[in-house]
Design a protein around this ligand. Sequence first.
Ligand code: UTP
Length: 306
Amino acid sequence: MDVSKIVIPAAGIGSRFLPYTKTIPKEMLPLCEKPAMHYIIEEGMQSEAKNFFIITSRSKYSIEDYFDTSPELATFLKEISREALLSDIEKIIRNAEFAYIRQSEMLGLGHAVWLARHAIQKEYFGVMLPDDIVVSKQPGLAQLIRVARQEKGSVIAVQEVPTECISSYGIIDVKKQITPHLFQVAYIAEKPSPKNAPSNLAVIGRYILSHKIFAALDTMMTYSVGEEIQLSDAINSMLQNGEKVFAYKIQGTRYDIGTPVGWIKAIIGMSLQNPLYAPHIKRFLSDFNTSDSFVFNPIKNIEHTL
Ligand code: UTP
């Protein structure tokens, strides 16, 4: 099973991040010196995917511009011998292919994925939600591809979540536990109350899906006029038709950057793992709440400007 095509739904309004998202896509929020979308594409490429179909909408041009060449900037950086600053992004531009599909009405995640149906045809493909950044030894998507090959079926990434978070997620009902990390799925309950939740295993933003998802989505397009079309409903419909769907507890750290608090946690967490930033952030955090802190001692601020 080859999974070379990835659909990245990035057309959402990002209302939890307004007013920032009024003109700037949340997919372009910085995490250290790269935008979130850069990490998503890197994870996809490290998982051997090459073709990225990004679902976009109004005010999202900066995503397309980011994954394109910038000859003037490249020339300028060469003149001052700083061309290494673009080496990471140039590697992506050289080795990956991008296509953009517009979603003119935000009809939900299921609708966004359905828009890529002509690009995918009869193969397994990946879906990566750019709200979820996965930091792990083995790329998150590669972990799912390995399981999809082994089980010959669709695979959803899941994470155990605390009771108070259950009602924010799709929660899986386990048909069979295969290993401590791998489950066969019976059903996905969309945002259940903790009382009615079938488990504490929440669906997160990585999927390997059979092309059969499009037949399920096709039927939903006809009767869901005006409602959001949920990807989990389409997965449930595949399950009802006898398709095997698995859930895998992805190994690594997942940051949900769809809210300001989640994004701030991601910046702190990721910078603490980066040798360039970690010493500064560690010092800042340990100093922050002490009477010596620059927060309490304005003289210290002046030292920073010297
Ligand atoms: P969210 O549910 O997080 O919606 O979408 P959102 O608009 O991004 O953010 P909020 O909830 O208003 O703050 C999950 C993913 O699905 C994409 C989003 O871009 C995000 O990556 N999506 C959602 C679409 O591409 N189209 C849609 O119609 C809905």
